[in-house]
Design a protein around this ligand. Sequence first.
Ligand SMILES: C[S@@+](CC[C@H](N)C(=O)[O-])C[C@H]1O[C@@H](n2cnc3c(N)ncnc32)[C@H](O)[C@@H]1O
Length: 250
Amino acid sequence: MKTLEMLQINKDGWEKSAERFFGRTALPEFGPLAPTEDDLNLFGKIQGKKVLDIGCGSGHSLQYMGNKGAEELWGIDLTTKQIETATELLREQQVKVNLFESPMEENPGLPTNYFDIAYSIYALGWTVDLERTLANIHSYLKPGGIFIFSWEHPMHDRMKREDSKFVLEKSYLIEGPEFNEAWNRSVIIYHRKLTTYINTLIGVGFEIEKVIDDVALPDVVPEDNHLRWYSVEKAKLLPTTFIIKAKKKK
Ligand SMILES: C[S@@+](CC[C@H](N)C(=O)[O-])C[C@H]1O[C@@H](n2cnc3c(N)ncnc32)[C@H](O)[C@@H]1O
């Protein structure tokens, strides 16, 4: 299937489902049952920084950045509904806000060598062209700028619950586009190994500073939690999320 066809399928899926996700995976959270920015302090000082959110969704992570004193808030997202919601949510922010409705695989007019911080919370893995997307992000950053992203751990959907056990159902090693099961096969998400993310970052010129795949489990497990896509039971066996911090060389 062609890139544009895949993007259209995913955009249609997101236009229909956006509301279900408003504010669901947003900073200071990196992902479900994962350590938060409050635990990790990966961003450091945000005050006075120009920040760019890749797959900004409903704008809740940008709101967090604004509340922490970022100097400029920029975002890019594929979905009209998300950009509309983010525009509304960020209306109160006192600083410059620039949002673009665009696939992350394209540069819709973002400045290059400009940002101190780029980040992506549970959105980068939606890309249908990882190398091109990461090369774009690298170009937007100033030398020494940082890129932090989180995404579902690529082992997480390989394992499936069967009665009281988890079974390894799909290959971790075979990469490529898949109709995604968590979305009832209505959207396309590439399966990629963790090393593919790392090596593609390095390939476009980033230095890797940190890779995190820890879990943060609650003391009390809510009822019926085991039925959820991200369950505590499963997260005791393997991470839901990985987080990478990378830097553009000076
Ligand atoms: C889980 S949401 C992100 C939540 C958001 N990071 C936040 O902090 O609130 C994933 C987002 O990725 C966007 N998306 C999916 N494919 C995309 C693509 N190819 N280019 C840009 N955005 C994309 C979706 O529209 C959706 O808003």
